[in-house]
Design a protein around this ligand. Structure first.
Ligand code: J2J
Length: 545
């Protein structure tokens, strides 16, 4: 891609290369090399289906040829919205083989999010399942396609499964099966450069619409490798992907990519229930997996049933939202594993507790940065560093933390400091050991058990309801989710209930997880001294549990 984007300086790039962080190898080339080095080892397992590294490599070629037949090539963006099935990875590596750029969507995203991703990325194609979780993604794509119109970038919709009667949808199976073998030389990566954008991740968001995070081959493979080293992954490692594959945590921290780069095996779990997961642990000899905090009590309870042999499992990572210390203390003994807390962000910086950290650090902190070149600043409201032990905003830059969101120059001017630190919006305390404790947040976001909801995005949509004249979405402590979302609304006439609000937001094309858990009518929204909505005051109005 030739467009200018905010990125690392020449000097920094040289430093990261010299340190060995950036290895100058694309994901397409890495897969080729793995197939050559250990082609017979099992790379991927989905139910009864399994692929060796050599087979995954061949499959990537096949998918790439099919995609190239659609005119997709180097630098083209393709929105991938697939559930936890092997096809996610077949498509992902097929795109890498062309030097094309997957855009990670979440299975729960709907017309508004997908349409936005297509527009901002200028995506030429979307890859979706036929149906998933009782939802018809072809229907969704009809809506997206109609909205984009003839002038938009979107040219193809590829459907995994039954494409339905719609003439315009490309069946994935036909695409990979019928790809002409002779359609041009099979390159490793379409001629991509390791400094190119390899994928676009979605930010949790604090504004009206989610931002896209460009990750390069160099930076993202370092992200995965650095995490894999901390987790001591090797060719015997078996990673179970329980969380959505599109989520950075499950994909590269170390997740799927870290495991594949170590020559291990990735097993995809079709759902995050402990029953499904434990059956796979037994059958496939899973050694590592990752969870968000709301899953932890269920996993502990099911382990206590005593019916499962979890002997192979050695590390369970938990992250995405604050893990209650009590759950952290129970999880290890209940499953017979080492617990690892993960405080990460799709923007870059990953903090992990170390496998040999003392229990108090593992249970009461969210880990420390994985790279010696991660730069972490904890600052007060004026941007001045605070001493260790004092809470402040986390600013960070380093070899795998972005320098600018994709195509939002205006937003980038405030999202980063002038010297390139990303303003995380997280409030942390740093211990002398470098471990961070997440104590709060200054960004206007609700973290519902790891799923991020940008308050402004939902508020804007609430205002489109005919009875709502003002709205504020606030996160409040919740036993199950850590935090739940409460919509405080000012209304004319009858106030809509929580179901009506959810239906309205669904109608507006918003993902279901963004609907408020509760709707509370207030006569007016309280304001702070500077005239902003006083969300802290609103949260106080709720009865304490
Ligand atoms: C408190 N808050 C946390 C934690 C993330 C690994 C793990 C998680 C993510 C992720 C990720 C937290 N305790 N342990 O990408 O690779 C909140 C912070 C952070 C935001 C990032 C990964 N772990 N958080 O959650 O991009 O507020 O990434 O800034 O979705 O989640 O969200 P996201």
């Amino acid at each position: 891609m030739t467009e200018t984007r905010r990125t690392w300086s020449e000097a920094e790039s040289a430093r990261y290369r010299a340190a060995g962080h950036w290895q100058g190898v694309t994901f397409g080339a890495r897969l080729r090399a793995s197939a050559a080095a250990h082609g017979g080892r099992v790379a991927l397992v989905d139910g009864e289906r399994r692929w060796t590294y050599a087979e995954l490599d061949t499959e990537a070629d096949r998918v790439a040829r099919g995609l190239r037949g659609l005119g997709i090539g180097r630098g083209d963006r393709v929105v991938v919205q697939l559930p936890n099935r092997a096809e996610f990875l077949l498509v992902w590596f097929g795109l890498q083989r062309l030097g094309a750029v997957p855009v990670h969507a979440m299975p729960g995203h709907r017309r508004r999010e997908i349409g936005h991703l297509v527009r901002v990325a200028g995506a030429v194609a979307c890859v979706v399942p036929d149906r998933h979780a009782r939802f018809d993604h072809r229907e969704l794509m009809r809506g997206v396609r109609a909205e984009q119109g003839a002038g938009g970038s979107l040219r193809h919709v590829v459907v995994v499964g039954d494409p339905g009667p719609d003439e315009g949808f490309v069946p994935f199976e036909a695409l990979r099966a019928e790809a002409p073998a002779e359609s041009g030389p099979a390159t490793d990566d379409g001629g991509a450069d390791a400094a190119d954008v390899a994928l676009l991740l979605l930010s949790g968001g604090t504004t009206g619409l989610p931002k896209l995070i460009p990750r390069t081959h160099d930076d993202y493979s370092y992200n995965a490798r650095a995490c894999a080293e901390v987790c001591a992954l090797d060719a015997r490692s078996v990673y179970l992907a329980v969380l959505p594959l599109g989520f950075n945590f499950a994909f590269a921290c170390p997740g799927v990519l870290g495991t594949l780069m170590a020559g291990g095996t990735v097993v995809v779990a079709p759902d995050p229930s402990p029953q499904t997961a434990y059956a796979l642990v037994e059958r496939e000899g899973v050694t590592l997996t990752s969870l968000t905090p709301p899953l932890v009590p269920h996993w502990i309870d099911e382990a206590a049933s005593g019916t499962w042999d979890l002997g192979s499992l050695s590390v369970v990572q938990v992250g995405g939202a604050r893990l209650p210390e009590d759950h952290a203390r129970k999880l290890g003994p209940a499953l017979g594993v080492t617990v690892q807390q993960v405080f990460g962000m799709a923007e870059g910086l990953i903090n992990l507790t170390r496998l040999d950290d003392p229990e108090d650090l593992v249970c009461a902190t969210q880990g420390r940065p994985v790279s010696p070149d991660d730069e972490v600043l904890v600052v007060d409201a004026d941007g001045r560093p605070v001493p260790d032990g004092t809470a402040g905003e986390l600013l960070t830059r380093g070899p795998y933390t972005l320098r600018g969101y994709y195509r939002v120059e205006e937003h980038n001017r405030t999202a980063f400091t002038p010297d390139g630190h990303y303003r995380s919006g997280d409030v942390v305390r740093r211990l002398p050991s470098g471990h961070l404790v997440v104590v709060g947040r200054i960004k206007d976001q609700i973290n519902r058990g790891g799923e991020k909801v940008a308050a402004v995005e939902v508020e804007e949509q609430l205002l489109t309801h005919p009875a709502i004249t003002a709205a504020a979405l606030v996160g409040v402590p919740d036993e199950r989710w850590g935090e739940r979302s409460v919509a405080f609304v000012v209304c004319t006439g009858t106030a809509p209930g929580v179901r009506e609000v959810a239906a309205h937001l669904r109608e507006r094309g918003l993902a279901g997880y963004k609907a408020p858990d509760e709707v509370v009518r207030v006569p007016a929204l309280p304001l702070t001294a500077v005239g902003k909505v006083d969300k802290a005051a609103l949260a106080q109005e709720l009865p304490r549990p």
